[in-house]
Design a protein. Structure first.
Length: 130
């Protein structure tokens, strides 16, 4: 039953009309090595504050981009991120904030590329709406 509700919620978020309200500030909680929520909707061309709250006793990262960009990160060697607004390291039991302006509408992936985290399910979607 819960799985069906989660699938329905994800489908509704993905299929919502592009005129749906989008947040200019949102919080993503990291708990048990998962993003919550796993799908966020943000407006194109508007600065959005993303607050990343890591409730886990281990470090994580929040990297947003295209599938091609994530392919590069999977083989990359950057141990810590912070100079790019879409690549943030979040130490254990801490909170970080970033401000991002997404130029193009569409779907982007958010993934933690620390060893084993993506495979465990630490992935999500950033839906950028016009």
């Amino acid at each position: 039953m819960i799985r069906a509700l989660v699938i329905a919620a994800i489908a509704a978020a993905l299929l919502a009309p592009s005129g749906a309200a989008a947040a200019t500030q949102t919080e993503i909680r990291i708990h048990y090595s998962h993003f919550d929520p796993s799908i966020i909707t943000v407006p194109r061309g508007v600065p959005v504050t993303i607050v990343l709250r890591n409730d886990d006793p281990i470090d994580h990262e929040w990297i947003v981009g295209t599938a091609e960009m994530h392919a590069r990160h999977r083989s990359g060697t950057e141990p810590v991120h912070g100079s790019r607004p879409t690549e943030i390291s979040i130490p254990a039991l801490s909170t970080r904030a970033t401000v991002v302006t997404f130029a193009d509408a569409g779907m982007l992936q958010m993934i933690c590329h620390l060893p084993g985290h993506e495979q465990y399910g630490m992935i999500g979607i950033v839906r950028v709406v016009p």
